[in-house]
Unconditional design. Structure first.
Length: 250
């Protein structure tokens, strides 16, 4: 087997934040697969085929790319980092379930800046101590499991990054999740909403857990929830800094 599949993280959307290795992998690919809006971020290259698909068919997309990689070099693109709620896991799943030949394909994952790190960088260091990432989508796991994980993370003192907070098909989960966090964290706990972070349409809002409004989010939003120790530093004529101290209380 001589084929190769590069799984490429495109970061939060700004071209300069894509790693040189990721760009080189895209340049070398004979075909590129991905969700349509992510493919739109990839510069057009002469002779390179592009295969766009819907965001809800990740496993089918992975299988199609692996089939093409049996005999050539192809790339799969993901927004952010491909290993964080994205395509690297789907490709691994397809390899495990698929024909034996796919286990002979060279697979290289190129990391990218994921949404929680991009948003954290915009406001300071809200993930400066222990943290976790939780997807609020119940498409691939039951909602009661999400509830348990939110409560456990809050009780354990983790700062949190909340992915996939809300959609037209899931309009209520974010409100329910915030209510769970309010049962375990002080109302003044800092919360940061970041939409389209590091893109032209970027919107960032710093608020508190008590005042956090689910209407402030959509599927392009990542939400950071601090801990009881997280601080907001006001600065004259400059945006505030949000940080979680490196030391935890005894």
């Amino acid at each position: 087997m001589s084929g190769r599949l590069d799984i490429v993280g495109l970061g939060p959307g700004r071209e300069g934040l894509v790693t040189p290795e990721a760009s080189a992998a895209l340049e070398a690919a004979g075909a590129v697969y991905g969700y349509g809006p992510y493919l739109d971020r990839v510069p057009l290259r002469s002779g390179q085929a592009r295969h766009a698909s819907d965001n809800r068919v990740e496993l089918d997309r992975a299988r199609a790319a692996l089939e093409a990689a049996e005999t050539g070099r192809v790339a799969m693109v993901s927004g952010g980092d491909p290993g964080v709620f994205a395509m690297a896991a789907a490709v691994c799943e397809a390899v495990e379930q698929g024909p034996a030949a796919w286990r002979g394909i060279e697979i290289v994952v190129h990391p990218g800046i994921t949404a929680m790190l991009a948003l954290a960088a915009r406001v300071g260091a809200p993930l400066g101590h222990d943290f976790c990432a939780i997807s609020l989508s119940d498409n691939l796991k039951p909602w009661p499991l999400v509830e348990r994980r939110l409560a456990a993370a809050a009780q354990a003192g983790f700062a949190m990054a909340l992915y996939n907070p809300i959609s037209r098909a899931r309009p209520w989960q974010l409100g329910a999740g915030l209510d769970i966090l309010r049962a375990h964290l002080p109302g003044e706990t800092p919360v940061v909403f970041g939409r389209a972070v590091m893109r032209e349409e970027e919107e960032i809002r710093i608020t508190t857990l008590a005042a956090a409004d689910p209407a402030s989010a959509d599927m392009s939003t990542c939400i950071l929830v601090g801990t009881a120790e997280t601080r907001v530093i006001a600065r004259p004529a400059l945006p505030p800094l949000v940080y979680t101290p490196r030391r935890a209380p005894a």
